[in-house]
Write a new protein. Structure first.
Length: 138
């Protein structure tokens, strides 16, 4: 899916649209002559600052995506090491950008690493009463 990044007004978060005004000053660098202006306020940017803002937003998105991919690779390595890679799928929440684990067999989803500590061992036969023991005591 290809998204087009649109810079927004820094104060009110309105979209900037092309509007070439020669007498206005760029809100960022102060250069006279703006190319993009918010349709709801006086905030405007020259073409250079507008392109820089686009590039900055795209770089931030790429770095965020890159960090998530590296984290998923690391987590998959840990799942493989713990020998549970075949039981769990790893994904990223669209809303919160958090990594989650999904088990398709049990249809469970968790944001916590799925490996639980070993369960306690079963009691030995001598440590619990067997049916009929109470009758022998009488």
């Amino acid at each position: 899916m290809d998204f087009t990044l649109i810079p927004i007004c820094s104060e009110i978060e309105h979209h900037l649209e092309y509007d070439n005004i020669l007498k206005e000053q760029c809100a960022f660098c102060g250069k006279v002559g703006i190319s993009y202006r918010c349709i709801n306020c006086e905030h405007g940017l020259c073409n250079t600052c507008y392109m820089d803002k686009l590039a900055e937003e795209e770089l931030n998105e790429r770095f965020s995506y890159s960090r998530i991919i590296k984290a998923i690779v690391k987590i998959k390595g840990k799942l493989k090491k713990d020998n549970i890679i075949s039981e769990w799928l790893v994904g990223v929440s669209k809303e919160s950008q958090e990594i989650y684990f999904y088990n398709p067999i049990t249809r469970t989803l968790t944001y916590e690493y799925p490996l639980s500590p070993d369960p306690p061992s079963s009691p030995t036969p001598s440590s619990y009463d067997t049916p009929g023991d109470e009758l022998d005591e009488k």
